[in-house]
Design a binder for this molecule. Structure first.
Ligand SMILES: NC(=O)c1ccc[n+]([C@@H]2O[C@H](COP(=O)([O-])OP(=O)(O)OC[C@H]3O[C@@H](n4cnc5c(N)ncnc54)[C@H](O)[C@@H]3O)[C@@H](O)[C@H]2O)c1
Length: 330
Protein backbone atom coordinates (compact mmCIF):
# COMPACT_ATOMS: atom_id res chain seq x y z
CA UNK A 1 0.00 0.00 0.00
CA UNK A 2 1.44 3.33 -1.01
CA UNK A 3 0.76 6.33 1.21
CA UNK A 4 1.55 9.91 0.35
CA UNK A 5 2.10 12.26 3.29
CA UNK A 6 2.15 16.01 2.86
CA UNK A 7 4.10 17.85 5.55
CA UNK A 8 6.44 14.88 5.96
CA UNK A 9 9.16 17.04 7.56
CA UNK A 10 6.86 18.28 10.31
CA UNK A 11 5.88 16.87 13.67
CA UNK A 12 2.99 14.64 12.64
CA UNK A 13 4.32 13.78 9.19
CA UNK A 14 7.78 12.75 10.38
CA UNK A 15 6.42 10.53 13.16
CA UNK A 16 3.63 9.00 11.12
CA UNK A 17 5.85 8.25 8.13
CA UNK A 18 8.21 6.30 10.42
CA UNK A 19 5.27 4.41 11.88
CA UNK A 20 4.06 3.43 8.41
CA UNK A 21 7.51 2.41 7.20
CA UNK A 22 8.00 0.26 10.28
CA UNK A 23 4.72 -1.44 9.47
CA UNK A 24 5.51 -2.29 5.87
CA UNK A 25 3.88 0.55 3.96
CA UNK A 26 5.50 2.41 1.09
CA UNK A 27 5.70 6.09 1.96
CA UNK A 28 6.09 9.10 -0.30
CA UNK A 29 6.48 12.55 1.16
CA UNK A 30 5.97 16.13 0.05
CA UNK A 31 7.22 19.13 1.99
CA UNK A 32 8.61 22.56 1.13
CA UNK A 33 10.54 22.80 4.43
CA UNK A 34 8.74 26.01 5.31
CA UNK A 35 7.95 24.81 8.81
CA UNK A 36 9.74 21.47 9.01
CA UNK A 37 13.36 20.33 8.63
CA UNK A 38 14.98 17.87 6.27
CA UNK A 39 16.74 16.28 9.25
CA UNK A 40 13.32 15.18 10.55
CA UNK A 41 12.66 13.02 7.50
CA UNK A 42 13.52 9.35 7.78
CA UNK A 43 16.23 8.39 5.29
CA UNK A 44 14.07 5.53 3.95
CA UNK A 45 11.50 7.97 2.56
CA UNK A 46 11.39 9.12 -1.00
CA UNK A 47 10.19 12.71 -0.75
CA UNK A 48 9.66 15.74 -2.94
CA UNK A 49 10.76 19.20 -1.90
CA UNK A 50 7.76 21.01 -3.37
CA UNK A 51 5.33 23.72 -2.40
CA UNK A 52 1.76 22.45 -2.60
CA UNK A 53 0.75 25.76 -4.15
CA UNK A 54 2.16 24.45 -7.45
CA UNK A 55 -0.72 22.38 -8.84
CA UNK A 56 1.14 21.26 -11.95
CA UNK A 57 4.02 19.88 -9.94
CA UNK A 58 1.67 18.16 -7.55
CA UNK A 59 -0.13 16.48 -10.43
CA UNK A 60 3.18 15.17 -11.74
CA UNK A 61 3.89 13.63 -8.33
CA UNK A 62 0.45 11.99 -8.14
CA UNK A 63 0.69 10.72 -11.70
CA UNK A 64 4.11 9.22 -11.08
CA UNK A 65 3.51 7.81 -7.60
CA UNK A 66 -0.14 6.79 -7.80
CA UNK A 67 -0.69 6.79 -4.03
CA UNK A 68 -3.49 4.66 -2.58
CA UNK A 69 -3.98 6.93 0.44
CA UNK A 70 -3.09 10.52 1.21
CA UNK A 71 -2.54 12.10 4.62
CA UNK A 72 -2.64 15.85 4.29
CA UNK A 73 -0.67 17.27 7.21
CA UNK A 74 1.01 20.23 5.50
CA UNK A 75 -0.13 23.62 6.81
CA UNK A 76 1.21 26.66 8.59
CA UNK A 77 -0.47 26.24 11.95
CA UNK A 78 0.14 29.57 13.64
CA UNK A 79 -3.25 30.38 15.16
CA UNK A 80 -2.39 33.67 16.85
CA UNK A 81 -0.31 34.95 13.94
CA UNK A 82 -2.86 34.10 11.27
CA UNK A 83 -4.75 37.46 11.42
CA UNK A 84 -1.47 39.22 10.59
CA UNK A 85 -0.67 36.93 7.63
CA UNK A 86 -4.19 36.50 6.27
CA UNK A 87 -3.24 36.09 2.64
CA UNK A 88 -0.42 33.67 3.35
CA UNK A 89 -2.65 31.72 5.73
CA UNK A 90 -5.45 31.27 3.21
CA UNK A 91 -3.14 30.47 0.30
CA UNK A 92 -1.11 27.98 2.29
CA UNK A 93 -3.90 26.41 4.30
CA UNK A 94 -6.86 26.53 1.90
CA UNK A 95 -5.58 26.75 -1.68
CA UNK A 96 -2.76 24.27 -1.14
CA UNK A 97 -5.30 21.89 0.42
CA UNK A 98 -7.59 22.37 -2.55
CA UNK A 99 -4.73 21.30 -4.84
CA UNK A 100 -4.38 18.12 -2.79
CA UNK A 101 -8.15 17.51 -2.94
CA UNK A 102 -8.13 18.01 -6.73
CA UNK A 103 -5.28 15.53 -7.18
CA UNK A 104 -6.99 12.96 -4.97
CA UNK A 105 -10.13 13.21 -7.10
CA UNK A 106 -8.27 13.21 -10.40
CA UNK A 107 -5.91 10.34 -9.62
CA UNK A 108 -8.44 8.07 -7.89
CA UNK A 109 -7.00 8.12 -4.37
CA UNK A 110 -8.89 5.68 -2.13
CA UNK A 111 -9.09 8.10 0.75
CA UNK A 112 -7.81 11.49 1.88
CA UNK A 113 -7.19 11.96 5.58
CA UNK A 114 -7.15 15.62 6.50
CA UNK A 115 -5.67 17.03 9.67
CA UNK A 116 -7.97 19.86 10.63
CA UNK A 117 -7.81 21.42 14.10
CA UNK A 118 -9.64 21.99 17.35
CA UNK A 119 -9.37 25.65 16.40
CA UNK A 120 -12.50 25.30 14.23
CA UNK A 121 -14.63 25.30 17.41
CA UNK A 122 -13.65 28.83 18.43
CA UNK A 123 -14.78 30.24 21.74
CA UNK A 124 -17.48 27.74 22.70
CA UNK A 125 -17.92 25.93 26.00
CA UNK A 126 -15.37 23.09 26.28
CA UNK A 127 -15.00 20.18 26.11
CA UNK A 128 -15.85 20.54 22.42
CA UNK A 129 -17.74 17.67 20.81
CA UNK A 130 -17.97 16.96 17.10
CA UNK A 131 -21.70 17.82 17.04
CA UNK A 132 -20.97 21.49 17.72
CA UNK A 133 -21.19 23.81 14.73
CA UNK A 134 -17.71 25.28 14.19
CA UNK A 135 -17.33 28.96 14.97
CA UNK A 136 -13.64 29.57 14.28
CA UNK A 137 -12.14 32.65 15.88
CA UNK A 138 -8.97 32.88 13.79
CA UNK A 139 -8.17 32.88 10.06
CA UNK A 140 -6.29 29.62 10.70
CA UNK A 141 -9.46 28.00 12.08
CA UNK A 142 -11.51 29.48 9.24
CA UNK A 143 -9.10 27.92 6.73
CA UNK A 144 -9.36 24.52 8.37
CA UNK A 145 -13.14 24.68 8.43
CA UNK A 146 -13.23 25.76 4.78
CA UNK A 147 -11.22 22.69 3.80
CA UNK A 148 -13.52 20.47 5.88
CA UNK A 149 -16.51 21.84 3.94
CA UNK A 150 -14.68 21.44 0.66
CA UNK A 151 -14.01 17.78 1.45
CA UNK A 152 -17.68 17.16 2.11
CA UNK A 153 -18.47 18.75 -1.23
CA UNK A 154 -15.79 16.71 -3.02
CA UNK A 155 -17.33 13.59 -1.53
CA UNK A 156 -20.86 14.48 -2.60
CA UNK A 157 -19.90 15.48 -6.13
CA UNK A 158 -17.02 13.12 -6.90
CA UNK A 159 -17.25 10.39 -4.27
CA UNK A 160 -13.87 11.24 -2.74
CA UNK A 161 -13.64 9.31 0.52
CA UNK A 162 -12.19 11.16 3.51
CA UNK A 163 -11.72 11.35 7.24
CA UNK A 164 -11.26 14.63 9.08
CA UNK A 165 -9.28 14.54 12.30
CA UNK A 166 -9.26 17.48 14.66
CA UNK A 167 -6.13 17.23 16.80
CA UNK A 168 -4.92 19.67 19.44
CA UNK A 169 -1.72 20.49 21.28
CA UNK A 170 0.39 17.53 20.24
CA UNK A 171 4.00 17.58 21.36
CA UNK A 172 7.13 15.54 20.78
CA UNK A 173 10.57 15.53 19.27
CA UNK A 174 10.86 16.89 15.70
CA UNK A 175 8.46 19.70 16.62
CA UNK A 176 9.59 23.06 15.31
CA UNK A 177 10.92 24.85 18.40
CA UNK A 178 12.48 27.69 16.38
CA UNK A 179 9.21 29.25 15.28
CA UNK A 180 8.31 31.99 17.73
CA UNK A 181 4.66 32.06 16.73
CA UNK A 182 3.52 28.55 17.55
CA UNK A 183 4.12 25.40 19.62
CA UNK A 184 4.22 26.92 23.08
CA UNK A 185 6.11 24.14 24.87
CA UNK A 186 8.69 23.98 22.09
CA UNK A 187 9.17 27.75 22.27
CA UNK A 188 9.66 27.59 26.04
CA UNK A 189 12.20 24.78 25.74
CA UNK A 190 14.21 26.80 23.20
CA UNK A 191 14.00 29.88 25.39
CA UNK A 192 15.07 27.98 28.49
CA UNK A 193 18.10 26.57 26.66
CA UNK A 194 19.00 30.08 25.47
CA UNK A 195 18.52 31.59 28.96
CA UNK A 196 15.55 33.68 27.89
CA UNK A 197 12.37 34.08 29.95
CA UNK A 198 9.40 31.85 29.12
CA UNK A 199 6.66 34.25 28.04
CA UNK A 200 3.05 33.70 29.03
CA UNK A 201 0.56 35.83 27.14
CA UNK A 202 -1.82 37.17 29.80
CA UNK A 203 -2.50 35.67 33.23
CA UNK A 204 -1.77 32.06 32.21
CA UNK A 205 -5.13 30.75 33.38
CA UNK A 206 -6.03 29.55 29.87
CA UNK A 207 -6.50 25.83 29.64
CA UNK A 208 -5.16 23.37 27.10
CA UNK A 209 -4.60 19.60 26.97
CA UNK A 210 -1.20 18.46 25.71
CA UNK A 211 -0.45 15.03 24.38
CA UNK A 212 2.44 12.89 23.29
CA UNK A 213 2.59 12.37 19.52
CA UNK A 214 3.32 8.66 19.91
CA UNK A 215 -0.28 7.90 20.91
CA UNK A 216 -1.58 9.16 17.57
CA UNK A 217 0.15 6.73 15.26
CA UNK A 218 -2.18 3.73 15.37
CA UNK A 219 -5.32 5.90 15.41
CA UNK A 220 -4.05 7.75 12.32
CA UNK A 221 -3.41 4.43 10.60
CA UNK A 222 -6.94 3.36 11.51
CA UNK A 223 -8.25 6.23 9.41
CA UNK A 224 -7.30 4.39 6.23
CA UNK A 225 -8.01 0.85 7.44
CA UNK A 226 -11.31 1.25 9.20
CA UNK A 227 -14.44 1.97 7.16
CA UNK A 228 -16.16 3.31 10.27
CA UNK A 229 -14.01 6.40 9.87
CA UNK A 230 -15.30 7.13 6.35
CA UNK A 231 -16.74 10.64 6.03
CA UNK A 232 -16.33 11.14 9.78
CA UNK A 233 -14.92 14.08 11.70
CA UNK A 234 -13.08 13.02 14.83
CA UNK A 235 -11.51 14.99 17.70
CA UNK A 236 -8.27 13.55 18.93
CA UNK A 237 -6.13 14.59 21.88
CA UNK A 238 -5.54 14.33 25.59
CA UNK A 239 -8.24 14.59 28.26
CA UNK A 240 -6.01 15.98 30.99
CA UNK A 241 -6.27 19.76 31.04
CA UNK A 242 -3.51 22.09 32.27
CA UNK A 243 -3.43 25.81 32.84
CA UNK A 244 -0.65 27.53 30.92
CA UNK A 245 0.86 28.47 34.30
CA UNK A 246 0.97 24.83 35.37
CA UNK A 247 2.51 23.58 32.15
CA UNK A 248 5.09 26.40 32.29
CA UNK A 249 6.02 25.29 35.82
CA UNK A 250 6.57 21.81 34.45
CA UNK A 251 8.94 23.16 31.78
CA UNK A 252 10.80 25.17 34.45
CA UNK A 253 11.13 22.02 36.57
CA UNK A 254 12.36 20.00 33.60
CA UNK A 255 14.89 22.73 32.74
CA UNK A 256 16.18 22.49 36.32
CA UNK A 257 16.80 18.78 35.84
CA UNK A 258 19.08 19.76 32.93
CA UNK A 259 20.89 22.29 35.11
CA UNK A 260 19.10 25.29 33.58
CA UNK A 261 17.39 27.93 35.66
CA UNK A 262 14.41 29.22 33.69
CA UNK A 263 12.05 32.02 34.65
CA UNK A 264 8.50 32.78 33.58
CA UNK A 265 7.42 36.25 32.51
CA UNK A 266 3.83 37.40 31.91
CA UNK A 267 3.28 39.76 28.99
CA UNK A 268 0.20 41.23 27.27
CA UNK A 269 -2.57 38.83 26.37
CA UNK A 270 -3.44 37.79 22.81
CA UNK A 271 -6.74 37.53 20.99
CA UNK A 272 -7.30 33.84 21.63
CA UNK A 273 -9.71 31.26 22.99
CA UNK A 274 -9.12 30.98 26.73
CA UNK A 275 -10.34 27.47 27.43
CA UNK A 276 -9.90 25.00 24.62
CA UNK A 277 -10.01 21.23 24.93
CA UNK A 278 -12.12 18.47 23.43
CA UNK A 279 -14.23 15.47 24.18
CA UNK A 280 -12.61 12.34 22.65
CA UNK A 281 -15.28 9.69 23.10
CA UNK A 282 -15.64 9.24 19.36
CA UNK A 283 -11.89 8.71 18.82
CA UNK A 284 -11.80 6.22 21.68
CA UNK A 285 -14.68 4.32 20.12
CA UNK A 286 -13.89 4.42 16.41
CA UNK A 287 -10.10 4.73 16.42
CA UNK A 288 -9.37 2.77 19.63
CA UNK A 289 -7.55 5.92 20.69
CA UNK A 290 -6.01 5.77 24.14
CA UNK A 291 -3.96 8.68 25.31
CA UNK A 292 -1.39 7.71 27.93
CA UNK A 293 0.59 10.93 27.88
CA UNK A 294 2.76 11.66 30.88
CA UNK A 295 3.59 15.31 30.36
CA UNK A 296 6.73 15.14 32.52
CA UNK A 297 8.16 12.37 30.32
CA UNK A 298 7.39 13.83 26.89
CA UNK A 299 8.65 17.27 27.93
CA UNK A 300 11.85 15.70 29.27
CA UNK A 301 12.32 13.78 25.99
CA UNK A 302 11.80 16.98 24.00
CA UNK A 303 14.24 18.85 26.19
CA UNK A 304 16.92 16.18 25.78
CA UNK A 305 16.39 16.19 22.01
CA UNK A 306 16.39 20.01 21.85
CA UNK A 307 19.71 20.18 23.72
CA UNK A 308 21.30 18.19 20.88
CA UNK A 309 19.85 20.30 18.06
CA UNK A 310 21.72 23.06 16.26
CA UNK A 311 20.89 26.53 17.53
CA UNK A 312 18.80 27.41 14.49
CA UNK A 313 17.82 30.91 13.55
CA UNK A 314 14.37 32.00 14.73
CA UNK A 315 12.38 33.09 11.71
CA UNK A 316 10.44 36.34 11.58
CA UNK A 317 7.40 36.27 9.35
CA UNK A 318 6.67 39.04 6.91
CA UNK A 319 3.57 40.64 8.42
CA UNK A 320 0.88 41.69 5.95
CA UNK A 321 -0.53 44.13 8.45
CA UNK A 322 1.00 45.25 11.71
CA UNK A 323 -2.02 46.98 13.20
CA UNK A 324 -2.46 45.67 16.75
CA UNK A 325 0.63 43.48 16.51
CA UNK A 326 1.70 42.35 19.99
CA UNK A 327 4.88 43.81 21.46
CA UNK A 328 6.44 40.36 21.78
CA UNK A 329 6.25 39.86 18.00
CA UNK A 330 7.60 43.23 16.94
N1 LIG B 1 0.58 19.56 16.18
C1 LIG B 1 -0.60 19.89 16.65
O1 LIG B 1 -0.80 20.01 17.87
C2 LIG B 1 -1.75 20.15 15.73
C3 LIG B 1 -2.96 20.52 16.28
C4 LIG B 1 -4.02 20.77 15.43
C5 LIG B 1 -3.88 20.62 14.07
N2 LIG B 1 -2.68 20.26 13.56
C6 LIG B 1 -2.57 20.14 12.12
O2 LIG B 1 -1.87 18.96 11.80
C7 LIG B 1 -1.01 19.16 10.70
C8 LIG B 1 0.41 18.82 11.05
O3 LIG B 1 0.82 19.59 12.16
P1 LIG B 1 2.33 19.58 12.64
O4 LIG B 1 2.30 19.94 14.08
O5 LIG B 1 3.00 18.36 12.18
O6 LIG B 1 2.87 20.86 11.84
P2 LIG B 1 4.36 21.12 11.32
O7 LIG B 1 4.47 22.56 11.07
O8 LIG B 1 5.33 20.47 12.22
O9 LIG B 1 4.38 20.34 9.95
C9 LIG B 1 3.78 20.85 8.79
C10 LIG B 1 4.70 20.59 7.63
O10 LIG B 1 4.05 21.06 6.44
C11 LIG B 1 5.02 21.67 5.61
N3 LIG B 1 4.34 22.64 4.76
C12 LIG B 1 3.67 23.76 5.15
N4 LIG B 1 3.19 24.40 4.08
C13 LIG B 1 3.54 23.69 2.99
C14 LIG B 1 3.35 23.84 1.59
N5 LIG B 1 2.68 24.90 1.10
N6 LIG B 1 3.86 22.93 0.76
C15 LIG B 1 4.54 21.85 1.22
N7 LIG B 1 4.76 21.65 2.55
C16 LIG B 1 4.28 22.55 3.41
C17 LIG B 1 5.99 22.33 6.58
O11 LIG B 1 7.26 22.58 6.02
C18 LIG B 1 6.03 21.33 7.73
O12 LIG B 1 7.11 20.42 7.58
C19 LIG B 1 -1.22 20.61 10.28
O13 LIG B 1 -2.15 20.65 9.24
C20 LIG B 1 -1.76 21.28 11.50
O14 LIG B 1 -2.59 22.37 11.17
C21 LIG B 1 -1.61 20.03 14.36
Amino acid sequence: MKVLITGVAGLLGSHFSRHLLDNGYMVIGVDNLFGGYEENIDKRIMWYNRNLDDYNNLQIIFEREKPDYVYHFAAYAAVGLSPFIRNFNYVNNILCSVNVVNCCIKFGVKKLIFSSSMDVYGDQVPPFTEVLTPQPMSPYGIAKYAVELDLKNANEQFGLNYTIIRPHNIIGIYQNIWDKYRNVIGIWIRKAINNEPLLIYGNGLHSRAFSDVKYYMKPFEQCMLNANTDKETINIGADKVYSLNDIASLVVKTAESFGIKAEVKHVESRHEVLHAFCNHDKAKKILSFKDETIAEIVIKDMFAWAMKQPNREVKIMKYEIDKGLYSFWK
